[in-house]
Design a protein around this ligand. Structure first.
Ligand code: F6P
Length: 455
C-alpha cells in the first residue's frame, strides 16, 4: 500500500489527545493505515520575517511536519488572499472580496514554500492529498519541482459559477493550479458543474466523459465526494451525553420549553442575522409559542484577524439582544446566544434535546452540523432539521424542511411546521437521512477519495 501525504492549512494537535471533528479523525486513521506525513501550518507565528523551519514529530505511523509562518505570511496568505478573497468569492460574496496584489503574491509564496519543504519528503509511490482553498497551487509547484506522483485535491467549500469566479484577477492561475492535480474533489455535483462551465467558458477545456476532464493538455478526474461525519460514533456520543451533568442541567433550565438549536462558527456565510430575524418572524406570527420555546445559538468566534469578523460579532449580538428586549418577558428569554465553543459531546446531547435544528447558511460547502444534528436524534422521537437549500448537505438530507434562508417568513413558517410536526412524520423524515449517513460516513468518504486517487 502506498504511503499517504496530507497537506492542510490547519493540522490537529494530536499531543492534546484525539482530534475533535470527524475530518481530522478520518485523515488521521487513513494516515495510520497507510503510514505517512501530515504537513501544514503550526497555528503559530514565527515572530520573524521568514517562516520557521519545519518541525517534525512522530505519532504512531504518522510524521507531523509543521511550520510557523511569519506575521507577513499570515496577513497576506491566511487573512488576506485565502480569507478575504477566496473565501468570500467561493461563498458568492463579491461585495466582500478585497483584492490586493501583495496578498495574492503572499498566497503563491506560501504555497511555494510548502511545496519546496515537501519535495524532499516525497517518495516515488506516495499518494499526496492536498486540502482546501488555502493550498490550491501546491500541485503545480510540486510538478515544477519534478514530482510526478499522483496528487489529489479536495475543496471543502463551494466552487462558484463562472461569472463569479472570473471576477478574480488571478482566476487563470487558480484554475490552472487545479488542473495540475490527478483528482479534484468537490462537495456536490453543483460545484463540479460550476467548475466544468468555468473551463468551457474560458475555452481551456472541459469534461470529456465519466469523471474525466481535459484542460491545458492535461487529463485529470473531477467529481463530487460529499464529506460526511463519523455517524455511529456521533449517535452513540449523543445518547451517552444525555446522562452528563452539563446536558441535564441545560435540560432542566429549559423548564419544558421546546428547544431550537443553531451551531455555527461566527461567519457571514452562516446567515446568522437572517436566522434570528426568521425566529423573530416565527414568534410574532405565533404568539401561542411565547414563553414556550427557547432558541440556543452557539457561535464560537473565528478569524478575528480578518477585517469584518469582529463587526459581525457585534451585529449578531445586537440582533439577538433586540429580539430578547422586544419579545422577552420577566421569566422568558427567547434567544440564548453563546459566543464560545462548547465540548463536542455536550453539543451532541444538546442536538438530541432539540425539537428543531435550525441550520440556515446563505451558502455552505456541506455543513457538517446538519449531519451531526440528524445523527444525534433519538430514532423513536427525532427532532426536525430546518436546512438551507444553499448548503451542500441539502442534496443528501432530503428529509429536512428545506428553506431559502433569505426568505425570512419561510424560515419562520418552517420553524412552526417543525415544532408542530407529529411524531410519525418526524420519524418518516429522519429514517432515510440516518440510513444515508450510516452508509456514507466519513471513513467511506475518505476511502472513496483515496480509491479514486490510487487510480
Ligand atoms: O471548512 C473550511 C475551513 O476553512 C476549514 O479549512 C477550516 O478548518 C475551518 O473552515 C475553520 O476556519 P479557520 O481554519 O480559518 O479557523
Amino acid at each position: 500500500m502506498s504511503r499517504l501525504i496530507v497537506v492542510s492549512n490547519r493540522v490537529p494537535d494530536v499531543a492534546k489527545g484525539p482530534p475533535p471533528g470527524g475530518l481530522a479523525v478520518a485523515l488521521e486513521s487513513a494516515l495510520e493505515l497507510h503510514g505517512g506525513v501530515w504537513m501544514g501550518w503550526s497555528g503559530k507565528s514565527s515572530g520573524a520575517k521568514e517562516p520557521g523551519p519545519l518541525s517534525f514529530h512522530e505519532h504512531g505511523r504518522i510524521t507531523f511536519a509543521l511550520s510557523d509562518l511569519s506575521r507577513r505570511d499570515l496577513s497576506e496568505y491566511y487573512a488576506g488572499f485565502a480569507n478575504s478573497v477566496l473565501w468570500p468569492l467561493c461563498h458568492y460574496r463579491l461585495d466582500l472580496t478585497d483584492y490586493a496584489r501583495k496578498d495574492m503574491a503572499g498566497y503563491f509564496r506560501v504555497n511555494r514554500f510548502f511545496a519546496e519543504r515537501l519535495r524532499p519528503l516525497v517518495q516515488p509511490d506516495d499518494l499526496i492529498w492536498i486540502h482546501d482553498y488555502h493550498l490550491i497551487p501546491i500541485a503545480s509547484e510540486l510538478r515544477r519541482l519534478g514530482v510526478e506522483n499522483r496528487i489529489g485535491f479536495f475543496m471543502h467549500i463551494p466552487w462558484p459559477p463562472p461569472d463569479v469566479f472570473f471576477t478574480l484577477p488571478v482566476h487563470e492561475a487558480i484554475i490552472s493550479g487545479l488542473t495540475a492535480y490527478d483528482v479534484v474533489g468537490f462537495q456536490t455535483g453543483h460545484d463540479v458543474d460550476n467548475f466544468a462551465s468555468g473551463l468551457r467558458r474560458e475555452g481551456i477545456g472541459g469534461d470529456v466523459g465519466g469523471r474525466w476532464f481535459e484542460a491545458y493538455g492535461r487529463r485529470f478526474r473531477a467529481g463530487a465526494f460529499p464529506i460526511s461525519i463519523a455517524t455511529r460514533h456521533f449517535a452513540d456520543m449523543a445518547s451517552e451525553a444525555m446522562n452528563t451533568a452539563a446536558v441535564r442541567r441545560f435540560a432542566e433550565s429549559l423548564e419544558g420549553r421546546d428547544l431550537i438549536i443553531g451551531v455555527d462558527r461566527l461567519d457571514y456565510s452562516k446567515g446568522l442575522t437572517h436566522r434570528i430575524d426568521g425566529y423573530e418572524k416565527f414568534l410574532t406570527a405565533n404568539p401561542a409559542y411565547h414563553g414556550r420555546t427557547t432558541m440556543l445559538q452557539v457561535t464560537p468566534k473565528s478569524r478575528t484577524e480578518v477585517p469584518g469578523y469582529t463587526a459581525m460579532q457585534r451585529e449578531v449580538a445586537e440582533r439577538a439582544g433586540h429580539v430578547n428586549g422586544s419579545l422577552g418577558r420577566l421569566d422568558w428569554v427567547p434567544i440564548r446566544y453563546v459566543n464560545r465553543a462548547i465540548a463536542q459531546n455536550v453539543l451532541a446531547g444538546l442536538y438530541r434535546l432539540a425539537r428543531v435544528g435550525l441550520i440556515t447558511p446563505l451558502r455552505d460547502g456541506m455543513n457538517l452540523v446538519a449531519k451531526e444534528f440528524v445523527a444525534a436524534q433519538d430514532p423513536d422521537d427525532p427532532g426536525v432539521l430546518v436546512l438551507s437549500r444553499f448548503a451542500g448537505a441539502a442534496r443528501e438530507l432530503d428529509g429536512a424542511l428545506l428553506v431559502n434562508p433569505y426568505d425570512i417568513e419561510a424560515v419562520g413558517n418552517a420553524i412552526a411546521q417543525g415544532l408542530s410536526m407529529p411524531r410519525e412524520a418526524r420519524r418518516e423524515r429522519f429514517s432515510p437521512m440516518m440510513k444515508r449517513l450510516l452508509e456514507y460516513d466519513i471513513s467511506r468518504w475518505c476511502s472513496d477519495f483515496l480509491a479514486e486517487l490510487s487510480g
